[in-house]
Design a protein around this ligand. Structure first.
Ligand code: NAG
Ligand code: NAG
Length: 320
């Protein structure tokens, strides 16, 4: 009888310890996370010179190429943000940029690396977004991913994540796998989100040729705390750096009588073909474990878990 409370305490203690270990196993003693090992897909492709593969999208005087055009600094000041648009349009492929975000105060600032068919198919909009959202002083930047297909821009499919590193200190890789099988968002090669092109997604899956964009702009109206923290231009200019640009896949050639794809000199599908290659058409067990690691620890919002916004959740949410 006397032993019972002890036993209970023991069980409680073991429980607490297990809980702490679970929380702590990703962090080393100095508070840094140790990300899981995953295949380094970004190592498979060459870096494109930004000053050759892109054109000015807006804010030309706030665009500064550095390192002979292999990197670019995109500035946002009171006059303008700035952005680049890829010379080519792509219909599936692998798209990646190393990005370093503005340091210091960044409320309301949005840095975006995304794909869109905006001008090519009006009212038939496809878009795949990485949006990096500035935050109040002392707080972290947030990562938002979103996807639109077939003009259905009335429903945003946002997910938000905290970072497991300081995205303003060094460059980190933000990558998109986009093919007929799935769309995957990766950060430092760790998948954070997979959107499969399955029965429920097929009518809203992005499938039209898209341009690649790198931008910085004023998102005062919504980006930080739903717009409560606008951009403060006392801290301008806000500077985002992009480099290590990879855009590999089907280049859309609309000048042909039947528009089609040209895959950079490749004869046929290979293991490193982001459109058909085995490394790209489904996630490996290791990548799935990496994705679980990222989502379990760092995802703070998913539209699939927002019944306030969607009294009836979109159909793909039920299959998760
Ligand atoms: C913003 O930057 C541009 C380009 O460097 C410059 O011409 C302009 O004067 C700047 N605007 C402000 C308000 O500083
Ligand atoms: C700069 O880029 C151009 C075009 O890609 C290339 O021909 C040239 O060799 C580069 N210069 C240096 C110093 O890397």
């Amino acid at each position: 009888m006397k032993k019972m409370p002890l036993l209970k305490e023991h069980i409680l203690l073991v429980g607490i310890l297990t809980f702490c270990i679970n929380i702590d196993d990703a962090r080393s003693l100095d508070g840094h996370y140790t990300p899981p090992n995953v295949a380094r897909l970004t190592d498979l492709f060459h870096h494109q010179p930004l000053n050759q593969a892109f054109l000015t999208f807006f804010g030309g005087s706030n665009i500064h190429f550095v390192n002979n055009g292999s990197y670019v600094q995109l500035n946002l000041n009171k006059t303008s943000g700035s952005g680049l648009i890829s010379l080519n349009k792509y219909n599936y492929g692998f798209f990646s940029a190393a990005i370093k975000l503005p340091q210091g105060y960044s409320s309301g600032v949005v840095v975006a690396f995304y794909m869109s068919n905006a001008d090519l198919f009006p009212h038939n909009h496809d878009e795949i977004d990485f949006e990096l959202l500035g935050h109040e002083n002392g707080k972290e930047w947030l990562l938002q991913t979103n996807i639109y297909g077939n003009g259905k821009t009335n429903i945003g499919r946002e997910e938000k994540f905290r970072f497991w590193f300081d995205p303003t200190k060094e460059f980190h890789q933000y990558s998109i796998i986009w093919n007929s099988h799935h769309t995957v968002f990766l950060v430092d090669n760790i998948p954070v989100r997979e959107v499969e092109n399955n029965e429920v997604m097929s009518t809203i899956y992005p499938s039209k040729p898209m341009s690649v964009y790198a931008t910085i702009w004023d998102g005062s109206e919504w980006a930080t705390n739903g717009g409560k923290n606008p951009v403060n231009y006392k801290y301008e200019p806000f500077v985002a750096s992009f480099g290590e640009m990879e855009m590999e896949g089907c280049v859309w050639v609309s000048a042909r009588s039947v528009p089609s794809c040209s895959k950079g000199g490749q004869e046929g599908p290979s293991a490193v073909d982001p459109v058909e290659g085995e490394n790209f058409i489904k996630l490996s067990q290791q990548q799935k474990m990496g994705m679980d690691w990222a989502r379990n620890r760092f995802m703070i919002y998913s539209y699939c878990k927002d019944p306030g916004r969607f009294p009836v959740l979109p159909p793909e949410c039920k299959t998760k």
